[in-house]
Design a protein around this ligand. Structure first.
Ligand SMILES: [Zn+2]
Length: 345
């Protein structure tokens, strides 16, 4: 994990001063319990403004992160909050927005968010945002756009999406360069994580296997496979020899182990990410846990390691493609692709 920490140390110059959790005086002013049950993270004060922010923007981002930590909101919530504030106010504590909107999150007194004076306090505004976010069922599994929209009821919900990567960078600058999440997955500041933690077997297009368009990750049978980054599931198929099928719910040829004599990817999933990057996950043990059209978050479980299709032993065959749809011509080396994003295989 040390190599992930290096991102903030070199790019931002972190002066690590552990944040001392403040008394919860502000929180008591808000109705509801206001506290999450998720993991927190040590918050650092950054020496220079992260992510190209001005000093004023960085100070406001620091408040949002600190309030999230104080309320024990999972780190994903900090990313949602910073992205929302980037969209609503560009992280500047502004008075006159449209209608009676105020402050970092452009919250409205007429909608029960608080008094104008309260909403001009970044600490109060962030607390109010998190309180409503935590009340959204399953918010951690929702795409950022949907989670933010449930809280904000914005007229332009899709606008939040374009701030996700910047927001992730900003929050990562306060948490040591990578985003800790509650179930032990470490997400790089780029928003990518390795799909399984395993030794590398066969590499991309070697001399012996020039047609091997991915990398083999030698995880044991049943290991959870995680989405390498947020995206949209665009393919879920069983592929054996020259045939492939979408899941029917009935038993399928990919439900049993394949062999080197069988061709095909077995049970597999394609996920389309920002920039039309596509990742592919092959040889799953059973029908994947996701369906076509489903949005997944980074690190979300999508299936389990198996040996279906062209496989002699359980492993994850992982591919990365530079454009959509994935094909042989746009496959790239997953090892260097992931290394470039700080999520080393
Ligand atoms: Zn392979």
């Amino acid at each position: 994990m040390g190599r992930l920490i290096g991102w903030a140390a070199t790019a931002v110059g972190v002066l690590v001063v552990l944040f001392v959790a403040a008394a919860a005086g502000v929180v008591t002013a808000v109705s509801g319990n206001g506290y999450g049950t998720g993991c927190g993270a040590a918050v650092a004060t950054v020496g220079t403004a992260p992510g190209g922010l001005s000093a004023e923007q960085a100070a406001n981002a620091a408040v949002i992160v600190a309030v999230g930590q104080r309320m024990r909101v999972p780190v994903r919530g900090w990313v949602v909050a910073v992205a929302t504030a980037l969209q609503e106010s560009e992280l500047v504590n502004v008075r006159g927005g449209p209608d009676d909107s105020l402050g970092l999150f452009q919250q409205r007194p007429s909608q029960g968010w608080g008094t104008p004076e309260q909403l001009m306090s970044p600490d109060y505004a962030a607390t109010a945002f998190y309180t409503r976010l935590l009340a959204v069922p399953g918010w951690e599994r929702l795409p950022l756009t949907v989670a933010a929209q449930r809280v904000q009821r914005s007229a332009y919900p899709n606008a939040y999406r374009r701030h996700e990567s910047h927001s992730t960078q900003i929050v990562a600058a306060y948490t040591g360069g990578s985003l800790p999440v509650c179930d032990g997955v470490t997400v790089a500041a780029s928003g990518w994580t390795r799909p399984v933690a395993a030794e590398i077997g066969s590499k991309f297009r070697t001399g012996e296997r020039p047609g091997h368009d991915g990398v083999d990750l030698m995880a044991p049978r049943g290991t959870l496979i995680r989405a390498a980054s947020a995206g949209l599931v665009v393919r879920v198929r069983c592929n054996v020899d020259n045939d492939s099928w979408e899941p029917t719910g009935a038993a399928m040829p990919c439900d049993r182990d394949g062999s080197p004599g069988v061709r095909g990817c077995g049970w597999y999933v394609d996920i389309r990410h920002t920039g039309d990057i596509v990742t592919r996950y092959c040889h799953m043990i059973r029908q994947p846990a996701v369906h076509i059209g489903q949005t997944v978050t980074v690190g979300q479980p999508i299936g389990n390691v198996g040996s279906s299709g062209n496989s002699s032993a359980p492993h994850l065959h992982f591919e990365v493609h530079r454009s959509y749809p994935a094909n042989k011509d746009n496959a790239v080396d997953p090892i260097s692709f992931m290394a470039d994003r700080g999520a080393h295989l």
